[in-house]
Ligand binder design. Sequence first.
Ligand code: PNW
Length: 482
Amino acid sequence: KSSFTSGETYTFPEGFKIGAASASYQIEGGWNEDGKSPSIWDTITQNQVAPCYIEDCSSGNVAADSYHMYEKDLQALEDVGFEVYRFSISWSRIIPDGAEVNMKGIEYYHKIIDGLIERGIKPLVTIYHWDLPQYIQDLGGWTNPLIVDYFAVYADVLFEHYGDKVKDWITFNEPSVFCGEGYGSDTKAPAIPTPGIGDYLCAHHVLLSNAAAYKLYRNKYYNDQQGRVGICLNAGFSYPFDETVDPSIPEKAIQFDLGKFANPIFSKDGGYPDVMVQQIGSKSMNEGRRWSRLPEMTQETKDYIRGTADFLALNYYSSGLAKQREGEPDGISWWADTDLDGGQDPSWKRAKSTWLFRVPQGLQDLLVWIKDRYDNPEVMITENGWSDDGQLDDDDRVEYLQAHLAAVIRAVRDDQCHVTAYTVWSLTDNFEWKMGYTERFGIHYIDFDSADKERVPKKSAQFFKDMIPTKTFEYEVSDRWG
Ligand code: PNW
């Protein structure tokens, strides 16, 4: 019986799967081994001069060294008793120069997948988690329409080699983050800020690439492999600042955020949300442009993209408040296009990450929103987590995770949302992008200065270990935010 807190008893529904998540660049290291070519994250981390691009001037050159120590990850997963492992594949290990397939790279992921299956752990594979091969970036990366063909070829190679073992695929991790921060600002690689233009081009080509990979799987592999292909989107819920705020305002905030990618794929009519098309269209005209900064979707394109996901993989960390913006924005950007102001409730507890506030009720409300707007699609929560300094007694993380798991159970039990899995971010401490190793999300601690990179379970790992056999835990909701 678990010793973690007391309160109401929460039980997961029959068949609900619990696991952990990671991403190639954040854990693997081995950045130039066995034929791998550089990705945009190798480029950006290895060309730093003080003051560095990364908070602690670090890189993922070694990281958790999972390229050599993947057995330790498998062992950690087994020790906790996880049922599913979400990890990503490094494109530049598989097709290092845009031509030949690199069999050394193919072999590496076979070892992980086989290790999981031997242990009865289901692989859930992310095809793209932000580490674009540099040679494709040199051609314009996600702003060049050619990337759709490159992505489809890469996905084809993965389906061909792993499809008899992997049945659940995720095409993209969080396009709104890598497009918004990689092209809308400079806080993610490739750090080419072309706000309000490049980020929308990126989004458009991601949607087309996702559709191309989805249809390829359906036409070429589905009959033999019988697997599923989904896309991973991140979002928060949006609440009004106060009772004077019109209800269309938080709705618009969610449409501009989750809706940008979800509406084209999961809605009945397809296409970008109307409110985006209208606002960005009229702003573009006022700026004296001949066309909208948001790429146009013809009816044919809408039909091509609509329905190209078998499930929605949802990453949820936090929520926000919204109100109508007062005054003029400075410059052109996605955020300026929303005409909103955002913020947080002062009662929300903040993690080490500046953007991460504890709002568990937002997860339940978001799941209900998704159910209502998109006809109750299958949802897997593929990331949810809390950052701190890396302490083993991570009580705040345990509390945060329990609160969010309880919100998921309420959404399924009370609101009939179709949620089937949850993978915590993250299995281990890892390279947290711009924050380097200064913010820790792991349920296992790693001393990155050590040679052996031992995975040391934190209290949060113990919580999962106690909970998974019964799929039951106790939790007391603290206030209206969950
Ligand atoms: C995710 N936000 O990114 C990524 O998928 C992970 O690779 C990353 O390590 C993790 O969350 C923690 O940062 C996000 O601002 C980045 O809401 C930013 C946000 C959400 C997710």
